[in-house]
Design a protein around this ligand. Sequence first.
Ligand SMILES: *Cc1c(COP(=O)(O)O)cnc(C)c1O
Length: 372
Amino acid sequence: MQFEEVLHVGAPNIGGREEFHRLIDEMFDRRWLTNHGMLVQEFESRLADYLGVKHCITLCNGTTGLELAIRALDLSGEVIVPSFTFIATAHALKWQEITPVFCDIDRCSYTLDPDVVERRITAETTGILGVHLYGRPCEIDRLQSVADRYDLKLLFDAAHAFGCSHGGRMIGNFGRCEVFSFHATKVFNTFEGGAITTNDDQLAQRIRLMLNFGFAEYDKVVYLGTNGKMSEVCAAMGLVNLNELERFIAVNRMNYEQYRVGLESINGLELMPYQTSERCNWQYIVVEVRDAYSKSRDELIDVLHSTGILARRYFWPGCHRMEPYCSLQPDAGQFLPVTDHVAERLLVLPNGTATSSSAINRIIGVLRVAGG
Ligand SMILES: *Cc1c(COP(=O)(O)O)cnc(C)c1O
């Protein structure tokens, strides 16, 4: 089959190149490439302002951020986490010998079901790690009340939720801390990168020590640490992209609206809604393939791929069906009926500034023909 252009999910948003080149030239003149340089400091302060949070600690990537946050909070034993997420959420726990206890999600929100969370608590449980999947916040208040009642630490994987709010407050302010990813595929990127945000002074200080080998000052190590630092080049990309974040989000929203209108008339395809009363990054075009559609999700993915539309099965299979979890916890699936159900039916379509209006028309056309 002929097609004009390959379309990707997560093609990067890229801000002003001239400004980026200028920042990099100045960085070369200073000969300061990493180790909490000027650009990282400016980036952290602008992020903290944007999010309205006391501490923003930038990092080499989001996964390291999860690992640092989990360690800095002294989590151990078991931590409750969704299986319907990117594998890094589970790996960050297991990497530190903590057992991820996979918990089912709500059928509509695709985030942790607080009632099920409560049933999965044992004497070994030390924390709850929620994921604001597709940028739609977890049921934060109900999770916080479960955490408070059982004296558990609550934190969030906010990799999808940069630029989103809950109750008018930016994501980044909830739980003990929240972890963002600024990977190239996210709405806002620094090539690779991430950040931990918190309003807790002591926790922030601990994380800052840990991400720089535990150095408190020259020649003085006071803590077990690793290398989680963000470099100056990444911070430059972050500064440039932050200038254009509102434009990226506006394009996403316009694209979403075009998908919404186009999909309305296709029986059996359901577009995931966003709550317009909150701030939202509109990054994920999530479609549920219902029984009323003539093809299964996987058959539809094959059709899309054969026409150069590289739609993704985010997230399939659930973490509990991948190694090492499927070997360690072979029965986990019996607790995860909703996870298994939606993991078989969702797909994510291209969005972002690389996705043109004519590309979306082409995608909608393929979806219509494939279903007819
Ligand atoms: C992207 C992502 C991560 C990992 O972030 P990296 O910056 O790529 O390490 C973690 N959790 C979720 C839900 C993600 O989508």
